[in-house]
Ligand binder design. Structure first.
Ligand SMILES: Cc1ncc(COP(=O)(O)O)c(C=O)c1O
Length: 371
């Protein structure tokens, strides 16, 4: 077999695909001489709101801040208070949980369905108490986690529906995009995301003007008027240079997501190793931020793929409730989440790959045998 080297996510190559346009827009922005809260940020906020289908978009420093600002704004608006409970899938990146505890709210971790890796609505309903005030729905790995039962739960129990859309830019649910399915949504533009900046960046989308105004103030030291501070806010603002890069890359997002789908569909059709499962049924709207495969001998498989030139990642090796910072959650009974974390392996799936790369990866995976 030809000696291949396939990186997991070659950011340098991804940026190089748009090198000319990035250099042009960044140079123009530098020459404008205005670097925070200027024309580029407004332009991106308008374009991204239009893309998502929401009335408002507020740029901020990163995805964790976007989530944290949403909960904080609901507290300032009197919709949430200390110790209120927020239902959240246990199999998520730690930022989802941090945004809840940072606001003195209580995360109620719920296992996902193994068949879809999405929040189990049956378990979610069982976890609802008088203190439950919101569901934080995470569109993990690029796959929409919304469902009719989740919408009904929110309606029946008067819960806020907040989306963590950090991993699913461009994903759709019927005729809407993720990021516009609930009350508010957080977006991350970390460089490795499907829409990635050249540094940290994030945004909030919502159709609620009061919420958008509050978030904008809270991310600007708590001020909506220069040198007047009604709230104890923080500094979390999208900067002009990142906004310029995002504006430029947004034009290519759908095309690049379609390319990811092409690679993913090739995997789905051709990976046929009985020791490996793909876990979920393919759905058309998945934007495949991550393509996970599952194997009881995950670490052996990772080593074998590396020896054969295929770089992989694990999303994630330790679930949030087993992290030292959340000792109080350590005894929760979350068997599906733990199984996912013990068996998951992410294989390369991005717009820089060729079909030859995908073929090579499939061949290597299908030859893997245990023991
Ligand atoms: C599901 C999820 N939520 C939130 C975040 C936080 O985003 P950021 O890295 O921009 O703070 C991430 C980032 O990886 C994520 O994957």
């Amino acid at each position: 077999m030809k000696k291949y080297k396939i990186p997991y996510l070659p950011l340098k190559k991804i940026t190089a695909m748009h090198r000319g346009e990035i250099h042009k827009t960044v140079s123009q922005t530098i020459d404008e001489g205005w670097y925070i809260r200027g024309k580029m940020v407004s332009k991106f906020e308008n374009n991204y709101a239009r893309y998502i289908g929401s009335a408002y978009c507020v740029g901020c420093g990163n995805g964790l801040d976007a989530l944290t600002l949403i909960f904080r704004a609901y507290k300032e608006l009197g919709r949430l208070k200390d110790d209120d409970e927020v239902i959240v899938p246990a199999n998520t990146y730690i930022a989802s949980i941090l945004s809840i505890t940072e606001n003195h709210l209580k995360p109620v971790l719920v296992d996902p369905y193994y068949s879809s890796l999405e929040l189990d609505d049956f378990l979610a309903e069982k976890a609802i108490t008088k203190k439950t005030k919101a569901i934080l729905l995470v569109h993990l790995y690029g796959r929409c986690a919304m469902s009719e039962p989740i919408a009904e739960l929110c309606k029946k129990h008067n819960l806020l529906l907040i989306e963590d859309n950090a991993q699913a830019q461009g994903c759709t649910y019927y005729d809407k995009r993720t990021g516009n399915l609930g009350d508010a949504s957080a977006h991350s533009f970390y460089p490795g995301k499907n829409l990635g900046a050249l540094g940290d960046a994030g945004a909030i989308t919502t159709n609620d003007k009061k919420l958008a105004d509050m978030i904008r103030a809270l991310g600007n030291y708590g001020s909506n008027k220069k040198y007047v501070f009604p709230f104890k806010g923080k500094n979390s603002r999208l900067d002009e240079i990142q906004a310029a890069v995002l504006n430029m890359k947004l034009k290519y997002l759908d095309k690049e997501n379609n390319y990811r789908r092409k690679i993913a569909n090739y995997y789905i059709e051709h990976i046929c190793n009985p020791n490996i499962s793909l876990s979920f049924d393919p759905i058309a709207d998945n934007v495949y931020h991550i393509f996970p495969i599952f194997c009881d001998k995950r670490d052996e498989l990772k080593k074998y793929l590396e020896e054969n030139g295929v770089e992989t990642m694990i999303h994630y090796p330790i679930p949030p409730h087993k992290q030292n910072c959340y000792k109080e959650l350590a005894n929760l009974d979350l068997p599906i989440t733990e199984q996912i974390h013990q068996t998951e392996l992410s294989i390369p799936c991005n717009q820089t790959m060729t079909t030859e790369d995908a073929k090579y990866i499939v061949n290597v995976i299908n030859r893997f045998h245990i023991g």
